[in-house]
Design a protein around this ligand. Structure first.
Ligand SMILES: [Zn+2]
Length: 407
């Protein structure tokens, strides 16, 4: 029997990478190596398999969204370095504990405004171009920010860890848009809503460092004069699933559930159903079998794997890279900082290869991918049938969003 596939954080130190090929340590060298990688003939061992062995599947992570203002975990401004008290919520806590849910939703309420304003960046739009040019067939992302599907709706994206744009009821499994839920939270927590307005105006939410937040005037919180790190989360209220409130479901063991609310409509702990959860795979939660299978098919349908902005710290992502390696697919990695077990991906490469069999670059995705698209256009490389309209699209300046407000 297979073990369930859980999302768990891995915080061990990762050694710095060896750059492959050696001249990929400059922008020009990196772009040249990636051009080789994407345009090389497919590996002979993959010729007779299903799918398109000349195409590339992308596996992305938090690093690709840093240029959109979202914190990653291990980067120089990553959550683990800036906020030493950061601890993600675990699925079992969210499931079992009303107090943990209050704390989660209070932080999420504060973080949503900036996330909602943030937009995809040049790297996401370069991937759109690579899809239109026929190089990239599909994207598997660990990110829950929906930037891939916003930037390239026509290039399929599998969201391995779900998404924040919706909530799912843990009883009836219906979805609810996050925007509507935010309005309900503001209505149920007017003092927090006023606090949020003030915190956004003061710039205190532009930093993830608790001391800097205080320095920028985040002195009050919704219930008085305590700093946010000690905010009274126990006063935060959240609504139930509207469907389960109207029609409390019969539970799996045949018992009639109840959904009870206070005078304003907040979920009461006497309820036995109707809890809403973000539509993300939380840490400690298992990835559904359909998503797991779709991710494996995503790997198996392509001939190379390009890993962008992730240290492969979660097992669910790392095992996809291992699967690609076992299939004999060339692997390219573009990430700032070390990647879990990366030596094994490159150990048998001949020193003479120039990127066609493997690439390891330590630079930002938004710095390299737009230039890669330009280079491929200049050299006339295209595998696609569709015309490429434009260069990386315009994007606005993004706000900062941090992991302690997401997860
Ligand atoms: Zn429900």
């Amino acid at each position: 029997m297979q073990r369930p596939l859980m999302r768990i954080p891995y915080t061990g130190p990762l050694p710095p990478p060896d750059i492959i090929p050696r001249n990929a340590n400059t922008t020009t060298g990196a772009i040249a190596a990636l051009s080789k990688f994407l345009t090389a003939p497919p590996s002979p061992s993959l010729q007779n398999v299903s799918g398109d062995p000349a195409s590339t599947v992308i596996l992305s992570g938090a690093g690709i969204s840093v240029a959109s203002g979202l914190a990653d975990y291990r980067g120089t401004k990553g959550t683990y370095r800036v906020n030493k008290t950061y601890r993600p919520i675990y699925y079992h806590e969210f499931l079992a504990n009303h107090e943990a849910r209050k704390r989660y939703w209070a932080r999420s309420f504060l973080g949503w405004t900036n996330l909602h304003k943030a937009k995809p960046n040049a790297a996401h739009y370069a991937i759109k171009n690579l899809g239109q040019m026929g190089f990239v067939r599909n994207v598997i992302t660990q990110n829950v920010d929906s930037f891939h599907s916003i930037a390239h709706p026509d290039l399929p994206t599998l969201e391995l860890h779900g998404f924040l744009r919706a909530l799912t009821c843990m009883s009836c499994h219906r979805d609810l848009p996050r925007d509507e839920f935010q309005e309900s939270l503001a209505r149920l927590n007017p003092a927090w809503a006023a606090f949020l307005t003030e915190a956004v105006a003061s710039g205190a939410l532009e930093t993830e460092n608790p001391d800097e937040r205080r320095a920028r005037g985040m002195k009050t919180n919704p219930d008085g004069d305590v700093d946010l790190p000690g905010a009274p989360y126990q006063t935060f209220r959240y609504p139930p699933c509207p469907h389960c409130l109207a029609n409390p479901p019969i539970s799996g063991d045949g018992v009639q559930t109840k959904v009870e609310i206070d005078q304003e409509g907040a979920w009461k702990s006497t309820s036995t159903a109707g809890i809403l959860k973000p539509s993300v795979i939380m840490f400690g939660e298992s990835i559904g079998p359909k998503v797991k299978e779709a991710a494996e098919q995503g790997i198996d349908g392509s001939g190379r794997l390009l890993i962008l902005g992730t240290s492969l710290a979660t097992y669910s992502a790392w095992r996809l890279a291992r699967r690609a390696k076992e299939r004999g697919m060339p692997i390219g990695i573009l990430n700032l900082g070390g990647v879990r077990g990366e030596d094994a991906f490159f150990q048998d490469l001949p020193g003479s290869q120039r990127g066609e069999l493997g690439v390891r670059i330590e630079m930002g995705t938004d710095k390299i991918l737009p230039g890669l698209v330009d280079q491929l256009k200049r050299t006339g490389f295209s595998r696609g049938h569709r015309a490429v309209s434009s260069h990386a699209e315009e994007h606005d300046t993004n706000s900062r969003v941090f992991k302690d407000m997401l997860s």
